[in-house]
Design a protein around this ligand. Structure first.
Ligand code: PEP
Length: 239
């Protein structure tokens, strides 16, 4: 499967920072065997598309309904109209900060796929759950609860992101990743890309990409600058 390297800018970036997209788009073009995407904050989706028309630009969340009385929310048809090609749902920061539950993640993923968006559903265990040996059971439960039953016309992608590895500089070992991605593959079957996320950097990317069932990466901090993100794209192309 082609690898997908997707950047999650979280609540970072401004118009000036879109200059980083020039070198990211050039790297995406030069490494055409890899799919590359950047998900900036909602307000930067349109200017990001204008700055880098060849690059896939996405969002970090979506509402489950198409329209209605949901102050502050953005729907899948709105994202499509803005030119977004993908969306991240169920990120652990939203599960923690906005109290999103599996059922809501599933509804969002269903709406996004129905709108034809590539939809990255995030799952991952806490440090305490891993230490208790519950990591596989926790992630399996999240998959059972979060994955849509209707696939729509969009592509479903899974991101395994151990919470303890996000933004901490700690990365799961290749053995941890191999074990979890095999369990996820077992659940979703062939043909669904499974990304790893959690402190992916230039110096650990190649080893992660060489791990069985790792079909790419969801990258937070290291996607904010081309200097850090481009080597990850190149590592994906080199596997
Ligand atoms: C993320 O937010 O999805 C993520 C993986 O962040 P970081 O790469 O900074 O750990």
């Amino acid at each position: 499967m082609r690898k997908l390297v997707a950047g999650n800018w979280k609540m970072n970036g401004n118009l000036a920072q879109l200059a980083e997209l020039d070198a990211i788009a050039a790297a995406a073009e030069a490494n055409s065997g890899v799919d590359v995407a950047v998900c900036p904050p909602f307000t930067l989706i349109v200017p990001a598309r204008e700055r880098a028309p060849g690059l896939a630009i996405g969002a970090q969340d979506v509402h489950a309904k198409d329209c209605g009385a949901h102050t502050g929310c953005i729907s899948a048809p709105m994202l499509k109209e803005a030119g977004a090609r993908l969306v991240i749902v169920g990120h652990s920061e939203r599960r923690a900060d906005q109290y999103e539950k599996d059922e809501e993640v599933r509804a969002k993923a269903t709406a996004a796929l129905a709108a034809g968006l590539q939809t990255i559903v995030c799952v991952g265990e806490s440090e305490a759950q891993r230490e208790a040996g519950e990591h596989i059971a926790v992630v399996t439960r999240q998959l059972q609860g979060s994955l849509p039953t209707e696939r729509g016309s969009g592509e479903l992608v899974i991101a395994y992101e151990p919470i303890w590895a996000i933004g901490t500089g700690k990365t799961a070992t290749p053995e941890d990743v191999r074990e979890m991605h095999a369990a996820i593959r077992n659940h979703v079957g062939k043909g669904v890309r499974i990304l790893y996320g959690g402190s992916v950097k230039a110096d650990n990317a190649a080893e992660l990409f060489a791990t069985p069932n790792v079909d790419g990466a969801l990258v937070g901090g290291a996607s904010l600058t081309a200097a850090q993100f481009v080597p990850i794209i190149e590592a994906a192309a080199g596997v």
